[in-house]
Design a protein around this ligand. Structure first.
Ligand SMILES: *Cc1c(COP(=O)(O)O)cnc(C)c1O
Length: 455
């Protein structure tokens, strides 16, 4: 290491380009297919929903995608995010391992999601779009896009799953503070919402229904596009600011990770941390072990199938090849709302298939136990999703202890849990239940996978 990298100014630590892992993979990922024709989709098929710049990034094989200056200027509000060594957690575990974590909770909304929200709002603005419709479950994505829309002067309308809308009034208030409007889904503002309500006036909603509502608004209004906070290639690519900063910061700490750990819902915070390190390895750099941690109640990597499937419950989206539990899968209720998606991002799925990463699944109670231990030693209360990464990192550290080896463990602490304290209360009261997804329901949802000739 040179002194110049050791003493980089904070400003210089913010990457100037996003990293696209596709450029370094031994095989390209499978194409996205049109559900009607079974043929790869073209840009025109996606144009009603996304600006062209993002469609271009979705299929790009360029290693670097330059970060526009206006986006980097907004990143400067909270980036670079800190990378800490969890010394007190190491002591509490009595492990010879060194545990590092990258903390994305310092962003305007408390998670990694603004990293892509800001970029997406910018490209929409550039192409003259004035409104974006989106959905949100727990509220992390809705509030992040609300912030980004406010920055670039785009009207954001968020369809929030009704049960969350009722249970999480503070997330809703945050969206409104940033200037967005938030509607409980199912709503009477769309045909999709009305159809659900006609069937079941008391419906508490689902992410699938909220997606259908937001997509309908975008597809039927010329001035409105749609935005997604995870899963898609361009979203994962935007998140690589996390891993690129971490590479520099680990260098400043004179260390390189042996193991990387992240939690996986759609895969974006995980990809953001690990893809730049995997890229290093694929270009001849140091080896690194990579662990994806998912909830046992929604185990798309460890128990799903790698197959073409729909992105939404209503089967309206194009078909993507991913590790999936089946689009009709409805996970049992648990507190890590951000990890309740039936599929895994196609790029993360592809890397799993190529054995570049491995996956483990944990129950929520053991993850909360890990999160509470982390909070008591490090002073940060993690988001329930992030507790999965904490649990994964702690298990790696305990493995080192058992083997008497020291390894550098780096995990992504993708958000704080300040809006999720109800979940912690439930944990403290002993009310959390650990649900496994039933094998019968899994078999049924997988039997419903679309038949695709290209496979
Ligand atoms: C949305 C969210 C997740 C899950 O999404 P990924 O795309 O898998 O990162 C995880 N953690 C937090 C804090 C989130 O807000």
């Amino acid at each position: 290491m040179t002194d110049s990298t050791k003493y980089l100014l904070e400003e210089e630590q913010i990457p100037k380009a996003w990293y696209n892992v596709v450029a370094d993979l031994p095989e390209p990922p499978a194409p996205v297919l049109h559900p009607g024709t079974g043929q790869p989709v073209g840009p025109d098929d996606l144009a009603p929903l996304f600006p062209m710049a993002l469609i271009g990034q979705e299929v790009s094989a360029d290693r670097e995608i330059g970060i526009p200056d206006p986006v980097r200027d907004v990143y400067r509000l909270w980036r670079p995010t800190p990378l800490y060594r969890a010394r007190r957690l190491e002591q509490a575990l009595d492990t010879p391992a060194k545990i590092f974590y990258k903390y994305e909770g310092v962003s305007p909304t408390g998670s990694h999601k603004p990293n892509t929200a800001v970029a997406q709002a910018f490209y929409n603005k550039e192409e003259g779009i004035t409104k974006i419709a989106t959905e949100t479950g727990a509220g992390q994505w809705g509030s992040s896009l609300a912030f980004a829309g406010g920055v670039f002067g785009i009207e954001i309308r968020v369809f929030m799953v009704k049960v969350s809308y009722q249970q999480k009034p503070y997330r809703r208030a945050m969206m409104e503070t940033f200037g967005a409007s938030c509607v409980a889904s199912p709503s009477t503002e769309t045909e999709a919402g009305k159809a659900v309500l006609a069937d079941n006036p008391d419906s508490t909603g689902s992410l699938g229904i909220a997606i259908s509502e937001a997509v309908e608004i975008a597809a039927t209004n010329d001035d409105t596009k749609y935005a997604l906070g995870s899963v898609l290639n361009h979203v994962l690519t935007h998140q690589t600011v996390v891993g690129q900063e971490a590479i520099l910061q680990m260098e400043m700490a004179d260390a390189y990770p042996d193991v990387l750990v992240g939690c996986t819902g759609g895969g974006s915070n995980f990809a953001g941390l690990v893809f730049p390190f995997i890229g290093n390895k694929l270009r001849g750099g140091p080896d690194v072990e990579v662990v994806a941690v998912e909830p046992a109640a929604c185990p798309s990597l460890t128990r799903g199938q790698f197959a073409y499937d729909f992105g939404d419950t209503k089967m309206m989206t194009p078909l993507v090849k991913m590790h999936t539990l089946g689009a009709s899968f409805v996970p049992p209720g648990f507190h890590a709302g951000g990890l309740r998606y039936h599929g895994m991002g196609p790029l993360v799925s592809h890397l799993f298939d190529l054995d570049l990463i491995r996956a483990v699944a944990y129950h929520q109670t053991e993850c909360f136990t890990a999160g509470v231990q982390f909070a008591r030693s490090e002073g940060i209360t993690p988001a329930p999703e992030a507790n999965h990464a904490v649990k994964g990192a702690i298990d790696e550290a305990l493995k080192c202890k058992a083997e008497g080896t020291s390894r550098n463990i780096l995990f992504n602490l993708c958000g704080h849990g300040h809006f999720d304290m109800t979940a912690y209360s439930e944990y403290h009261a002993g009310n959390l239940k650990d649900e496994d997804y039933s094998q019968d329901e899994l078999a049924m949802a997988l039997a419903g996978l679309p038949k695709v000739a290209a496979e």
